[in-house]
Design a protein around this ligand. Structure first.
Ligand code: ADP
Length: 603
């Protein structure tokens, strides 16, 4: 009678899991192991044979031959390796094999799940008992358990004799080798997969074009330690003699390295990059040194590893093209596997990927530094202009006051001509100084905008009112198009006045006598829009590009005859911007121009 008992019964240990749950990627390895099991059963004369391998501390069935009804059970359950203990410490060792005779134990002595697959027993003295257990332990070179081969239901109905035991022993040895090979192959496949994953992750992590150096270093740590089953990672960035190190333990905690490690990186990285090779640092590994004078540094590295309780390190250079930019070291603990050639090849590739990322991040960092330097320079320039204009204003006021007084005197014709020239010059100088002062004030971040509600219709009326007489003397018609309701924005009324004033006076200035200037103010798509159009000289496309730059003046001789500072439109753009708005120009040479300022409405 064939029986399946619950826990507490013995014969074939249930060493298993569903084939798809082993995590093994290589199905050919599984097929080989299945063949081994079938050969054992057939050649030695057992109806039942099973092979389990140790994965993650569990016995996972990799091959089985015997009655079908047990198959699913064997494959679908995974017992911890410790389930063997109760059998092994009672069993009689036969070399690699262990035999536990039914008469030497009580079924309840055994823990774990055991299946009784034998169904009968003869009366012979050496008859096989349904509760007999015969297992072969498969081990690696260090004696660690890697698998279990078990057999049951001898065809002869007897316990194995000496010849059968020898044969079984031999088959167990062969199976052991097959399992070892499968493990190695599997390990290799896993390593390739892991290293590939690490590469993909590192590429993804370091790709964003805005990533700072710090961000690249931070985001690559995890994929590196996970992909390479490393105990930690260390990246030393080499930047013209100034190094920056980023060393982390597996969990991300910072690791402090001795100063000599930075020296090691400086010395080794360029040589490794030149030779495109990796270096394994470990006790007992004598690497081919990448150049003279490296040995003492390597000794320091070995010491550093020992201090951190680590066993080995894989070092590779980071770079792009001929430029070496850094040094990457991955470490492993004492029980970790040695670094394989596949891992070394992957690390070399990562050296290129990470090198490219470092290059981008470094360029970006330099650019940021440059921007901040330029910003400082710009601040300094604004400061200088503001100070100078202030200093010039007082003597200018004195000069123009005295010129006024001089005007009251009866001057000879020649003296009067000199006097008029001085007055014109002083007026222009005053305009430059006023514009410079205004520009410095509206560009100074330390003078924030004080906002009040401003109805732009009032601004338009005031500005056009002031300019109207000048327009009329030139025969230029000034038109207003104002929306009926209020056109409110939040802003500084004086600044808004100067902004519109510059645009309208430009329009009048650059429009020949008899022309037409239109100023309009309205709402458009929720924004407040001011436009100043003229049918004057117009602006060439080339000039439109530089129009809002400080001190820009056109090359158009017709426009150049008009006096100007080249600061008006810069002031317009700065004021519009600090009010959260924009300014645009549409113009055609010889046909006229339209300047449009768009501002956010009062909320
Ligand atoms: P400027 O003091 O020279 O007028 P702006 O910054 O106000 O300085 O203007 C820069 C240049 O843009 C002017 O020199 C002129 O050539 C051109 N410009 C500005 N507004 C107009 C306009 N409405 N029509 C034609 N050209 C204009």
């Amino acid at each position: 009678m064939r029986q399946l008992h619950g826990p507490g019964y013995a014969s074939v240990p249930v060493l298993h899991s569903h084939p798809d749950h082993t995590g093994w990627s290589d199905s050919s390895a599984r097929a080989v192991l299945q063949l081994m099991v079938e050969a054992v059963a057939e050649m030695i004369g057992f109806e039942v044979a099973a092979l389990s391998v140790v994965l993650d501390g569990h016995l996972i069935t990799m091959g089985y031959t015997g009655p079908e009804e047990f198959r699913a059970h064997l494959y679908e359950n995974a017992d911890p390796v410790s389930a063997l203990d109760s059998v092994l410490h009672r069993a009689e060792p036969w070399g690699r094999l262990h035999f536990l005779a039914a008469e030497n134990y009580e079924p309840e002595d055994l823990d774990g799940h055991w299946v009784v697959v034998a169904d009968h027993q003869t009366d012979e003295p050496d008859a096989w008992h349904p509760h007999d257990v015969l297992v072969g332990l498969l081990t690696d070179d260090d004696g660690g358990l890697i698998g279990v081969l078990s057999v049951d239901r001898p065809v002869s109905g007897r316990r194995p004799d000496a010849r059968q035991r020898r044969l079984l022993e031999r088959y167990a040895a062969q199976t052991e080798r097959a399992v070892l090979t499968a493990f190695e192959r599997e390990e290799l496949v896993q390593q390739v997969a892991h290293a590939e994953t690490a590469r993909r992750l590192i590429r993804a992590a370091s790709m964003p074009a805005h990533a700072s150096l710090e961000a690249v270093l931070q985001s690559t740590h995890r994929p590196l330690v996970e992909g390479f089953s490393a105990a930690g990672s260390w990246i030393q960035v080499l930047d013209h003699g100034v190094g920056r190190g980023y060393a982390r333990a597996r969990d991300g905690d910072p690791v402090t390295l001795s100063d000599r490690m930075a020296e090691l990186a400086q010395a080794l990285a360029p040589r490794l990059w030149r030779d495109q090779r990796v270096l394994v640092i470990a006790d007992g590994v004598d690497p081919e040194l990448p150049g003279p004078g490296v040995e003492p540094l390597l000794e320091a590295a070995r010491q550093q590893l020992a201090e951190l309780d680590l066993a080995s390190a894989l070092a590779v250079a980071l770079g792009t093209g001929t430029e070496c930019l850094g040094f990457l070291v991955l470490t492993r603990e004492k029980d970790g596997p040695p670094w394989s050639s596949i891992e070394a090849a992957s690390a070399l590739q990562i050296g290129h990927d990470l090198g490219a990322a470092l290059m981008t991040a470094r360029a970006l960092e330099r650019e940021r530094n440059l921007v901040s330097e330029l910003q400082q320079l710009d601040d300094y320039r604004s400061q200088l202009i503001a100070t100078l204009s202030h200093e010039l204003r007082t003597p200018l006021t004195v000069i123009s006051g005295n010129l006024e007084l001089l005007g009251d005197l009866e001057l000879e014709e020649l003296a009067d001509r000199y006097h008029q020239a001085m007055k014109r010059g002083t007026t222009r100088m005053q305009k430059v100084v006023d514009d410079l002062l205004l520009l410095a004030r509206v560009s100074d971040p330390r003078h924030p905008l004080v906002r009040v509600p401003v109805d732009l219709r009032d601004t338009v009326r005031e500005v056009t009112g002031l300019i109207d007489s000048a327009a009329q003397t030139r025969g230029v018609e000034l038109h207003l198009l104002l929306e009926p309701g209020p056109l409110e924005v939040a802003g500084d009324p004086t600044e808004l006045d100067r902004m519109l004033g510059n645009l309208v006076s430009n329009a009048v200035k650059y429009t020949p006598d008899g022309g037409r200037v239109t100023v309009s103010a309205r709402h458009d798509e929720g924004r407040v829009v001011l436009t100043v159009s003229d049918d004057g000289l117009g602006i060439s496309e080339e000039d439109q590009l530089g129009l809002f730059r400080a001190f820009f003046r056109t090359t158009n001789p017709d426009a150049l005859v008009q006096p100007g500072t080249g600061l008006g439109l810069t002031i317009v753009a700065t004021i519009a911007e600090r009010h959260g708005g924009t300014v645009e120009v549409r113009s055609r040479l010889g046909e006229g121009s339209t300047f449009t300022v768009t501002l956010p409405p009062l909320s």
